[in-house]
Design a protein around this ligand. Structure first.
Ligand code: ATP
Ligand code: MG
Length: 274
């Protein structure tokens, strides 16, 4: 049975993102707990349809590596509310801040789960356009799931402050900044792999890989580093498999990057350490 927005009681604010606020909510009839994302939207109808289509797909699937969508509501104001599975440990971003860095088996586990999630959504012709630590959610079974699919498309339009723009661009691939390829050769699939590489590197290093710990970039510096600098790489201390995996993800030329299917066969994720 579908859930009505009138049956949801807001319990607390879980966090704020670029375009909206996330609440922990309780379904009054069943006492089930969910997360509700309310996004302000004033975007175009084509994008709107696409977001609804993607949410509809996610509403009818129960896949272990993707945050389940339980409903989508449109308010008279035009705002959109998305009812999601509640992930009780929050984001990988917040876990990193409380647990310092991640060990190799844990990183391989994260990589495997995210790759499986990407493989699944690609099967439904959905491309995630904002893969980063704060869009990877964790629960106490240590399941890692990808969140914010279509939503990230609404966000792209809603980015109003410079900081949120930098936050989004930090994980974008070099070709994303290239005006010659944008809309032409720009490949969302390959771009996700770049973001995945940066995300795993950040979990290992404990800070955004392009910059020394604690340093906040300005927009121009960041773009120059991504487009003109060498991709970040790992020191000899990291395992051979992990170094190789990161290298397969962080190729500046998008056609040299491995695909999801190829990465799923990489020794780093294949060799189960347990
Ligand atoms: P963006 O707006 O670019 O997605 P973000 O990912 O930081 O930025 P939100 O997706 O709005 O922001 O999420 C805000 C916070 O809400 C997260 O950092 C997380 O702590 C919490 N959160 C989001 N979704 C869930 C969920 N399904 N279950 C539990 N907590 C969640
Ligand atoms: Mg998010």
């Amino acid at each position: 049975a579908s859930i009505s927005s009138f049956d949801l009681e807001k319990l607390q604010v879980l966090g704020h993102g670029n375009g909206g606020t996330i609440y922990k909510v309780c379904h009054k009839h069943t006492n089930a707990i969910y997360a509700l994302k309310v996004v302000h939207s004033d975007f175009n109808p084509i994008l709107h349809r696409q977001v609804f289509r993607e949410m509809e797909i996610l509403r009818h699937t129960d896949f272990p590596y993707v945050v389940r969508c339980h409903g989508i509501f449109e308010k008279p104001s035009g705002d959109i509310a998305i009812l999601m599975e509640y992930m009780n440990l929050g984001t990988l971003d917040s876990l990193l801040r409380t647990h310092e860095t991640f060990s190799k088996p844990k990183l391989a586990d994260v990589a495997r789960q995210v790759l499986n999630g990407l493989s699944y959504i690609y099967g439904h012709k959905i491309i995630h356009c904002d893969l980063k630590l704060s869009n990877l959610l964790v629960n106490d079974k240590m399941e890692v799931k990808i969140a914010d699919f279509g939503v990230s498309k609404i966000m792209c339009r809603a980015l109003d402050t410079c900081n949120s723009y930098i936050g989004m661009c930090a994980y974008m691939s070099p070709e994303w900044f290239d005006l010659d390829t944008y809309g032409g050769n720009y490949n969302g699939y390959a771009s996700n792999i770049w973001s995945l590489g940066l995300t795993l590197l950040e979990l290992y290093m404990g800070h955004f890989p392009f910059l020394p710990s604690g340093q906040r970039p300005d927009w121009a510096t960041l773009m120059c580093m991504i487009c003109f600098g060498e991709p970040p790489s790992l020191s000899e201390q990291a395992s051979k498999e992990f170094r190789s995996f990161i290298k397969c993800c962080l190729q500046k030329e998008s056609n040299k990057r491995w695909t999801v299917a190829q990465l799923l066969t990489h020794p780093f994720v294949c060799k189960d350490p347990r």
